[in-house]
Design a protein around this ligand. Structure first.
Ligand SMILES: *[C@@H]1O[C@H](CO)[C@@H](O)[C@H](O)[C@H]1NC(C)=O
Ligand SMILES: *[C@@H]1O[C@H](CO)[C@@H](O)[C@H](O)[C@H]1NC(C)=O
Ligand SMILES: *[C@@H]1O[C@H](CO)[C@@H](O)[C@H](O)[C@H]1NC(C)=O
Ligand SMILES: *[C@@H]1O[C@H](CO)[C@@H](O)[C@H](O)[C@H]1NC(C)=O
Length: 425
């Protein structure tokens, strides 16, 4: 009906062209906003962590940005102990909830999968709508929860042949597997690093991966930002003391490894998959070395409890090992590393309404605390009578964690699955 008019009157044509040009202009300005393309700089220093002071170095300042790119894929990578679902399902629920919340700020064409390594595809995982043993082959496919079978180190029988039908996307280094089985029998956290070393094929396609624990929350800022230019960002830990720093420096020398004096490295990594696998490989070597040479049998058997924390504690063997690996690779291979002490592994107890936004906190981690938000209090049902609505307008880290956790509890499998289906319409 309009077309003949357009053809006849150039004035009409002009009238049509102007709004289209305007639309293009608006799109460009919206997507090219300063905030979207600017590289954000953060000081890795935080008040109250004096031991970090000697590690400040311009070289390690974490840079994040929002690239102006249409296609970007990321994987959130976790190890999920299926035989301890009682304790971990509620954490998985709130991580799942925050994963969907994060997508509200994510550019529409980006895709972020939740990638879970576990022994059994449990009915809980199935009810959440997760898919089994299927890697991402299409960059445009909607975000998925992907479950891959993984056999825990302590359950391995080195004389068994691995079931290759099931473990399609795993590369076994038999020799290493035997070493781990022999020397890290009692260290249950070895699997959370070993998945990065062994299961590379299942996450190699992602531009960035986030290796993290389950008791964490992705924030809306995670939806916007990725590490700049192939850097791997590490979060913030709280295990370093002058004693163990000196000891780890000495151990590095024993191992013929270099040590760059980077301490208090958190358990979360955010960066390119290949670099993550390199660090995981070295961390496993360090784990075997530490476990056999630097801990006694009663310590390995956990007979001392937390008596030696924080100076020298078997429970955080993984963190000591990663510290050794990262320090060595920084100096020996000059890996691109950012100390994201103010971006990843952030506290869930902060009440400041402006903090998350001002400091672009990407990721919260529930520490050992009974203060709100506490994972212990939440799991003990202490917050059950609080309605998540109460935190609708609360923009603090505490409010966000409370709302995500409480909502995930009320939504359960069905609600979470439905939200995920609607997330990238
Ligand atoms: C390992 O497998 C072999 C043969 O498959 C079996 O004889 C042995 O008992 C197994 N060992 C353990 C610890 O399961
Ligand atoms: C980004 O990485 C490339 C290749 O590693 C390097 O040549 C370039 O200088 C880097 N850019 C910045 C701004 O660091
Ligand atoms: C690390 O700290 C020690 C002791 O303070 C110092 O001797 C060494 O040179 C430092 N190493 C690097 C790579 O900065
Ligand atoms: C990590 O170790 C595995 C098994 O030994 C090896 O295939 C892989 O190439 C290593 N990855 C890197 C990045 O060094």
């Amino acid at each position: 009906m309009y077309l003949p008019i357009l053809r006849r009157y150039s004035k009409f044509r002009l009238l049509c062209v102007i709004p289209i040009l305007l639309l293009i202009l608006i799109t460009i300005t919206v997507f090219h906003r300063r905030a979207h393309t600017e590289i954000v700089r953060f000081s890795p220093l935080e008040e109250g962590i004096p031991e970090l002071i000697h590690t400040i170095n311009k070289e390690y300042v974490p840079l994040i940005h929002q690239p102006f790119t249409l296609s970007l894929i990321r994987g959130i990578i976790i190890f999920y102990p299926h035989d301890q679902e009682n304790s971990f399902l509620s954490e998985l629920f709130w991580l799942f909830r925050s994963w969907i919340e994060m997508m509200k700020d994510e550019p529409p064409s980006w895709r972020t999968d939740l990638v879970i390594y576990t022994g059994v595809f449990t009915s809980n995982l199935q009810q959440l709508g997760c898919i089994f043993n299927r890697i991402r082959i299409d960059r445009k496919e909607r975000p998925q929860c992907r479950v891959f079978p993984y056999k825990r180190v302590h359950l391995r029988n080195v004389s068994d042949k691995i079931d290759t039908d099931d473990h399609l996307f795993q590369q076994f280094d038999l020799e290493r597997s035997i070493l781990l089985k022999t020397y890290l029998q009692t260290y249950e956290y070895v699997d959370s690093i070993n998945i990065i070393a062994e299961c590379y094929i299942s996450f190699a396609m992602y531009d960035y991966i986030l290796r993290t624990d389950i008791d964490v929350f992705l924030t809306r800022y995670f939806g916007r930002f990725v590490p700049f230019n192939g850097t791997l960002l590490v979060g913030r830990g709280g295990y370093s003391t002058p004693f163990n720093t000196a000891r780890l420096r000495r151990i590095a020398a024993n191992m013929n490894w270099l040590y760059a004096n980077i301490t208090n490295i958190g358990s979360t990594w955010y960066g390119p998959p290949r670099l993550a696998q390199r660090i995981a490989n070295f961390s496993l070597k360090a784990m075997v070395h530490l476990s056999t040479n630097e801990f006694t049998e009663p310590e390995r058997q956990r007979k001392l409890g937390i008596l030696l924390w924080p100076d020298w504690y078997y429970g955080v063997l993984l963190l000591y090992s990663c510290e050794l690996a990262i320090n060595h690779l920084k100096l020996s291979e000059n890996i691109d590393l950012g100390l994201a002490y103010t971006l990843l592994d952030q506290s869930t107890t902060d009440r400041d309404q402006y903090d998350m936004e001002k400091n672009n906190r990407l990721h919260l981690h529930s520490w050992h605390t009974l203060e709100k938000f506490s994972k212990f209090e939440f799991k003990a049902g202490k917050y059950n009578r609080i309605h998540p609505r109460k935190f609708m307008k609360d923009t603090s880290a505490l409010g966000y964690a409370m709302r995500m956790a409480l909502e995930s509890r009320l939504m359960s499998h069905v609600g979470l699955k439905a939200e995920l289906m609607n997330a990238k319409k």
